[in-house]
Design a binder for this molecule. Structure first.
Ligand SMILES: [Zn+2]
Length: 404
């Protein structure tokens, strides 16, 4: 039986067939093992007193299992009268560690609602257990040094607005969440999470071309090179093509309007990822609208900028890309070109500091998946732990690599 074994002994049991409940009363064999204060770890030979606690353990067959366990308290010089340390009981909650681990693991691949049904618990209890499971996991793992960081923002909706996400580019793990996307937001990460030495150790940061982040990085991470990465730049290119699409939609009437309608996703997709049928759909659209065709080509070709590894070649390619804009009257892309020129140094930094592409995007995607799946993430700490665990176990990462 679960709580029996070398250290414990079942001295009474009871089965309620109708309610499907198994109850066990166990006593731990003390032998000459000492009791340990749960506050400071000091060992004691004598117990101060004993009491009984009922905890839910893993089910036995079809029976819900409740274990009544004897718990001792010790009289500690430092902590006063304190409960002993019981490895099987992680906290004050009426669940065994094994039970909490099982619930936490189930939460990795299913929603809290599904897990709640599976274990016959309220949804809020499942979330609380999952969070404790993740906190214990986070406490015992070592954290790699931060040399390359990613900073991204996630739009949470009209009311909650933006979330700033800091991640470790080398481990592809989210490190910190902050509300909003101001300079002060990112300042909060540097001030609250890192020592001066750790801040000096940061060599590169992949960020969006967003002034507040740049200012914060320059202030706090003096050795950090800012790299405007492909993911963030291409987001702006996607925005540009979407603007062209909308302008064409409103400019043209009748049949053109219905043709452009619903093509947003297609225009934002990479050509290589489209099926034959979808390519044909796009080609039909392009045959009728040269402007959209031109815009799509520009977006697609900008993507190749990151295939260059020499500054000169990269700069050359960008120059030729900008030259293509001449006489096109594609205003959103002209704006984009100006923005790229304004941030040229950070774009070329990709050739000077090697960073992993696609990490920020993957982290971002994982968080969005979590947000979509469960509504229980009003608590940012819980969301962060969940996303960290996801990155560490790579449960969803693969999916996003495929989509990228
Ligand atoms: Zn103590």
């Amino acid at each position: 039986m679960y709580f029996s074994g070398p250290a414990t002994r079942v001295y009474q049991h009871q089965i309620d067939e109708r309610k499907k409940i198994l109850e066990l009363w166990v006593r731990r064999k003390r032998g000459n093992r000492k009791l340990e204060c749960s506050g400071c770890g000091r060992k004691f030979a004598e117990a101060y007193d004993a009491s009984e606690r009922a905890v839910q353990d893993l089910p036995w067959s079809t029976l819900k299992t409740t274990v009544h366990i004897e718990i001792y308290r010790v009289k500690c010089r430092q902590c006063g009268v304190k409960i002993e340390k019981v490895p099987l009981l992680p906290g004050k909650a009426p669940f065994s560690k094994r039970f909490e681990d099982a619930v936490g693991q189930a939460c990795e691949s299913a929603s809290a609602r599904q897990v709640a049904r599976q274990f016959g618990l309220p949804e809020s209890t499942v979330r609380a257990i999952d969070r404790r499971f993740l906190e214990r996991w986070a406490a015992r793992r070592r954290k790699p040094a931060l040399r390359q960081m990613g900073v991204d923002e996630i739009h949470l909706g009209k009311q909650r607005k933006f979330l700033t996400v800091v991640c470790n580019l080398e481990t592809a793990e989210p490190l910190w969440f902050g509300r909003e996307r101001k300079k002060e937001t990112l300042d909060g990460f540097f001030q609250g999470e890192l020592s001066a030495r750790q801040r000096r150790g940061i060599e590169a940061a992949c960020v969006d071309m967003w002034e507040p982040y740049r200012l914060s990085l320059e202030q706090w991470a003096p050795n950090c090179r800012i790299v405007y990465d492909k993911f963030h730049v291409m987001q702006h290119a996607n925005k540009a093509i979407d603007e062209v699409r909308r302008a064409e939609f409103f400019r043209k009437g009748g049949p053109m309007r219905s043709l452009v309608k619903g093509k947003r996703w297609l225009l934002l997709s990479r050509w290589v990822n489209l099926t034959v049928g979808k390519r044909r759909e796009l080609n039909q659209l392009f045959a009728l609208n040269r402007k959209l065709f031109k815009a799509y080509l520009l977006k697609e070709s900008l993507d190749r900028l990151w295939t260059y590894h020499y500054e000169g070649a990269m700069l050359n390619y960008l120059q030729r890309w900008i030259d293509q804009l001449r006489w096109q009257r594609l205003e959103p892309f002209q704006k984009l070109a100006l923005m790229l020129l304004d941030h040229l140094d950070g774009i070329l930094n990709y050739c000077r500091t090697k960073v992993r592409l696609g990490v920020v995007e993957a982290v971002n995607g994982n968080i969005k998946t979590l947000l979509r799946r469960g509504r229980g993430y009003k608590n940012l700490r819980y969301l962060l732990l969940k996303a960290q665990r996801m990155a560490a176990t790579q449960t969803e990462f693969v999916v996003f690599q495929k989509a990228a």
